[in-house]
Design a protein around this ligand. Sequence first.
Ligand code: NAD
Length: 455
Amino acid sequence: MRVVIIGTGYVGLVTGTCFAELGNRVTCVDTDERKIQMLLEGKTPIYEPGLEEMIKRNSESGDLVFTMSLQEALPKAQIVFIAVGTPMGEDGSADLQYVLQVADQIGSLMSNDLVIVNKSTVPVGTADRVAQVVQQAIDARIQAGEVSAAALKFHVLSNPEFLKEGSAITDFMKPDRVVIGADDEKAGELLRMLYEPFTLKSNRIIMMDVKSAELTKYAANAMLATRISFMNEIANLCEKTGANAGKVRIGIGSDSRIGNAFLFPGCGYGGSCFPKDVQALIKMMDACGINAHILKSVEEVNARQKKIMAQKVISRFGEDLTGKIFAIWGLAFKPNTDDVREAPAIDTIVELISRGALIQTYDPEAMAQAKNVYLKDVDGIKFCTNKYDALSDADALLLMTEWSSFRSPDFDEIKERLRFPVIFDGRNQFERYMLHEAGFEYYAIGIPRTQLKNT
Ligand code: NAD
């Protein structure tokens, strides 16, 4: 099929590349000149395992094309995906300005019938708003005599995306499910046909009405965020009572009604989706006169949890951290991505620096993003070339992201390089090592010191 993807970010780029991988002719459009230029030069603007090779292969075959010109791209399309950002607006609701801009552009430029698919995460009712804006732009062209009345037909569908940064290619190529919201049967069928090759082994395509599809995405992210905050709250109780959150996690996760996923205690959730989607869902409920009791608590618990690493440091080293140096391993909000949006590491660094500390940090992929965007105005941070350099003369190590290259480090070298052998583990990665026996002072999440091996 001939597909156009508008918005070539984490979602749009992966979506377009995966459709091209299965032989579709895909054009990815973006207004960011730097991004498109990089892609035209064969470079990938984001880090996602396996993506670069796939882009290269499909660009060379001509199935994947990048452009800034929607005007050039649209005439070739049967299906157009909107995959632009829907950031948190000032009041917490989803900011739809980019989605609606794109809707206007589509209506102004389309020259044949189209199935328009909203892949961005958007509040219930957005497909209707998109349809209105597209129709208004078409009507203006009819009035101007550019196109004849009733010449251009379109349908707006919802197809929320569930890929996870860090495993986006696998998630897209082998999806747990594909949700298609279509109020028009024929348009829904076209989109189903596009996805069918991804789910040949078992039919994982779930068809529903547009509004239910729009809400499914928010409900899924809110449920996952709720599990994380729930477990973090239990972890905090564990620390106070002497129970071990790691054991409780296994104890409850083994119940098939509960399951093991998203129950790891840690230093709070971040990223580009959970924080803004939970907020947007709360706003959606507010607008309907429903008090989102659970989701407000999920947010509150997470905001508290994102402070927990700094609090542990303060409890150990005091309120005034002037002259102290802390090594931070991991900046991304999770491993295998360079995305640092809302990452707990950023909050922790800012808090420690505000108390006079200096930071030495290393992340395998997220250093450029953090340095050039999210921490660009913050002084007192040294970005190091490897994880051990970040430790030199530091007063303690804080592990913030569970990159696999941090999982089994050389603890002798850690001890040699640190001024004090103190480790704060925000992801409970080192619990299995006998760190106390090895002379470390070790702090984890939800595991009281009496429960640590060999204390
Ligand atoms: P992103 O910020 O990485 O990418 C959005 C892209 O859209 C940018 O490159 C931007 O330049 C481009 N853009 C904006 N206006 C444009 C226009 N008028 N024409 C062409 N391009 C334009 O965002 P993302 O992380 O890919 O997220 C996109 C949507 O998908 C959001 O609604 C998000 O909530 C949702 N989502 C994201 C993820 C994720 O893991 N990142 C997962 C599922 C769903």
